[in-house]
Write a protein that binds this ligand. Structure first.
Ligand SMILES: Cc1cc2nc3c(=O)[nH]c(=O)nc-3n(C[C@H](O)[C@H](O)[C@H](O)COP(=O)(O)O)c2cc1C
Length: 195
């Protein structure tokens, strides 16, 4: 049985959540403990996780993000607009208030390879959430400074992502993946692994 492969295949980004679901904080803490085991440059462990469950704080985060998203959506090209439209993605970020929990993931700018290391931890985190039966999304807000100001985040931390966590409000298809032969070469660039 390929447990990790099965989990990775099952995991998908969820943008609509059931509200007020009784999710045990323990499940989220378990996933965070997994993330804390990630490797990092010089073992600096540059990540910092801020769990938000307070409804008012979620509202503040959503309103800052949506203001920035409105601007962002006006600037994007038609190809990207089409991609977003197909997936029902607009400037509205309802998941920021619907999801019972948000995790804001920060990297410490003073650490070496802080962004790379933090994203490895994020990868661990979203798979561990999947293992706990919890859905998530790696939302990357475009204006993070205002969020950090509102939440009194020290200047040395960079907001990498906001992860809503909860149960999906509706089912959705997994986005397709390219074939392993397109992505994995062996011995020579462009030479696919034949199995
Ligand atoms: C670095 C990164 C940034 C992302 N930013 C956003 C985002 O801002 N908003 C969003 O809706 N999805 C975001 N996503 C989710 C991707 O759109 C999603 O992972 C991709 O379409 C594949 O779908 P899947 O996760 O369901 O397999 C991001 C994913 C990654 C890894």
């Amino acid at each position: 049985m390929n447990k990790l492969l099965d989990l990775a295949k099952k995991r998908k980004s969820i943008r609509n959540y059931k509200e007020d679901d009784n999710i045990e904080l323990e499940k989220i803490l378990y996933a965070l403990r997994v993330a804390l085991e990630a490797p990092s440059g010089r073992n600096c462990q540059p990540w910092q996780f801020l769990i938000i469950r307070d409804k008012e704080t979620k509202k503040i985060i959503r309103s800052i993000c949506e203001a920035a998203e409105k601007e962002f959506h006006m600037k994007i090209n038609n190809e990207f607009k089409e991609w977003l439209k197909k997936r029902g993605i607009t400037w509205r970020k309802t998941f920021l208030t619907e999801a019972p929990y948000l995790i804001l993931v920060y990297s410490n700018k003073e650490c070496p390879y802080s962004i790379q290391s933090t994203w490895i931890a994020i990868g661990y985190l979203i798979l561990a959430l999947e293992e706990q039966g919890l859905a998530s999304l790696t939302y990357t807000p475009s204006k993070t400074i205002e969020i950090n100001k509102a939440l009194n985040i020290p200047k040395k931390y960079r907001l990498e992502t906001i992860i809503p966590i909860g149960y999906p409000a509706k089912e959705k298809e997994k986005e397709p993946r390219m074939k392993p032969s397109e992505k994995i070469f062996i011995d020579e660039w462009g030479k696919p692994l034949k199995q």
